[in-house]
Design a protein around this ligand. Sequence first.
Ligand code: AMP
Length: 369
Amino acid sequence: MASRVLGARVGVLGGGQLGRMLGLAGRSMGLELQFLDPTAGSPAAAVGELVVAGYEDESALERLATSEVVTFEFENVPVSAIKSLEQRCAVFPGSRALEVAQDRLHEKTCFRALGIGTPPFEAVDTWEQLQAALVRVGLPAVLKTRRFGYDGKGQAVLRTEADAKEAFDRLGGSPLILEGFVRFQRELSIIAVRSRSGEVATYPLVQNHHEGGILRKTLAPAPAVSDSLQADARAYVEKVLQHLDYVGVLALELFDCDGRLLANEIAPRVHNTGHFSIEGARTSQFENHLRAILGLPLGSTEIPEPCAMLNLIGRSVDPRAVLEVPDAHLHWYGKEPRPNRKVGHITVRAPDVPTLDERVARLERSIGA
Ligand code: AMP
């Protein structure tokens, strides 16, 4: 195994910032990363070879298939491309996990089958089905497209019948899912990793703050997490990993309702709520993903001291103001700032929570959050 891993080439579908951070981790391990992305100049181009072509371009897939292993950093890659690669080389995670994660209805049905708590949900394709589902699920509720939604896009909160009509006019035409509106105390996520040999490691639960459906801040570990809450989250994510025979990093997003966890969604890839791990955990999610898909032992997921991650969204930042905060680290993705676009993130650590809170407040002022 060792001889095939040292200097091995890893193929990645998608060349965004997640690919770039995978590439940075891979380079220090002596790996070569090759990315496939339709957009020239994607962020990952700085850390590996970028093949600019469509995800279903046969000659590009042929090139990628000569890698030791192929993975993806973007969950809306066509399942057909992953299936076609699976005929030719090792691909982790596999097409089954991708298929489940791409469709919110399949995802929630999978949670339910595994005994994992979810908000009430129903499939909705027509206005009549929506009206019938609203009678059972009740208002408020959340109407979402089953596919291609991200960062709060493709969804609407329904508080009144009129909201339902307006949302259906906007979103109908695509298959939809209606979910009960969850009055959660907070949003949590658990990042887990499973290796080719079936070894599983999970990071401590982290707490996430969204605005307008976009992640702004992660606290790692999440404050006030009981052993039983951590154990429940671990049990949930392990069930998902085993069920999907999953290899690589997976994120499970959860709502904390008075100590009862409800699953919102999975991401079959390295995840924004795991970015803290680059400086904040003993082994980053990016390194652990590469270790897992290459069949190497997993690294420790321990978080040695309190840590936070702040997303930089839509605008540039003054690096001096960020880096004069003790133990703050700046990650810039090399993207042009545009409204609501994630262009970088900051990680900050501290010896204790009050000091972390002070540092986070300073950073939030400096980035205008
Ligand atoms: P999603 O795209 O499903 O991750 O949703 C984006 C954000 O919308 C979540 O992080 C929550 O803040 C909120 N959200 C999603 N689904 C629900 C729900 N059923 N009840 C309440 N809030 C929700």
